[in-house]
Design a binder for this molecule. Structure first.
Ligand SMILES: O=C[C@H](O)[C@H](O)[C@H](O)COP(=O)(O)O
Length: 294
């Protein structure tokens, strides 16, 4: 936990500075902003605490909105702030729109971002967000990121965007890791979407490792494929490696065991199973937003 940071109840957000608009889905209270009364109750998910629905939040804007709220939540709850810059990691949370994201629109200062891909680094730099690296800032206060799959234990599959290695390094160094996703990402078990579970491998003899990776999960009906780019050439990560995508017919039963087996293969750089890392997950659905915490 970073120096000077005091957690507060997860669903309470103290009042932001006066120039910040009231966040959608929240109402003012003597304790600060609190979620608006739920439109309907939500069901709890196995392995996570009961969720709370925040009504009237469109799922297509929820990721950005709740990323902002998560950031505000963490920042305004810091007691006795030090002069030390607050470090936050970024991924593509502002991609698709080139407008300056609200948290950085002159409302927060003393923030340093740690980008997890070259693309995000360029975007953040173009928005004049101060950037650094893990070398200079080995302890990060807050990570906010999306996920490709979220299971009931808040374990994740990540890396369909190709940034899994840097994401895992940076998120593992973060005191708090908040995932923002929509409900299409929910699965009962990792690999259960039938979509890719990425593994970053060195280019040298990639086929050898592809065959070995597929062989590890024969009983789950796993098919391994080399990821290609738009020109049908092997996709190359920011780290100069290839990605082997694993497609499962049946979900992985033991994520930690699977992760260990994958990592034990020489030439494997990193895998897309993010286990025990997320602090909370903010899920947007058609009828509202649910916050899952352990
Ligand atoms: O490599 C990239 C990331 O791990 C994920 O693929 C990403 O966080 C999920 O992206 P999105 O929220 O845009 O679906």
């Amino acid at each position: 936990m970073p120096q000077g940071y005091m957690p507060s109840p997860p669903l309470h957000m103290p009042s932001p500075p006066v120039h910040m608009p009231s966040p959608q889905g929240y109402i003012p209270s003597p304790q600060g902003y609190i979620p608006s009364p739920p439109a309907e109750s939500s069901e709890s998910r196995e392995g996570a605490s009961p969720g709370t629905r925040l009504p009237h939040v469109a799922s297509n804007s929820a990721k950005t909105r709740f990323g902002q709220i998560a950031l505000h939540h963490t920042l305004v709850n810091r007691r006795a702030p030090t002069q030390k810059p607050f470090s936050v990691r970024f991924n593509g949370s502002f991609r698709g729109r080139q407008t300056r994201p609200t948290p950085f629109h002159g409302q927060l200062s003393n923030i340093i971002g740690i980008p997890t891909s070259k693309r995000t680094q360029e975007q953040a730099a173009s928005l004049n967000i101060p950037l650094s690296t893990l070398d200079s800032h080995p302890h990060i206060d807050l990570a906010i990121d999306g996920a490709d799959e979220v299971d009931p234990n808040l374990d994740l599959v990540k890396g369909r965007g190709g940034a899994l290695l840097r994401e895992k390094m940076v998120e593992a160094a973060s005191s708090s890791f908040i995932v923002v996703a929509d409900d299409s990402k929910l699965v009962s078990g990792l690999g259960g979407s039938g979509l890719a579970m990425p593994v970053e491998v060195v280019q040298f003899c990639w086929k050898y490792n592809l065959v070995r990776l597929q062989g590890l999960f024969k009983e789950l009906g796993c098919e391994a494929k080399l990821r290609l780019d738009g020109s049908e050439k092997p996709y190359v990560t920011d780290n100069g490696n290839y990605i082997v995508d694993l497609y499962f017919q049946n979900p992985i039963k033991d994520g930690f065991g699977a992760g260990k087996e994958i990592s034990a293969l020489e030439g494997v750089v990193e895998h897309g199973l993010f286990l025990g890392m997320a602090t909370s997950v903010i899920i947007a659905g058609k009828t509202g937003v649910e916050i899952m915490t352990k």
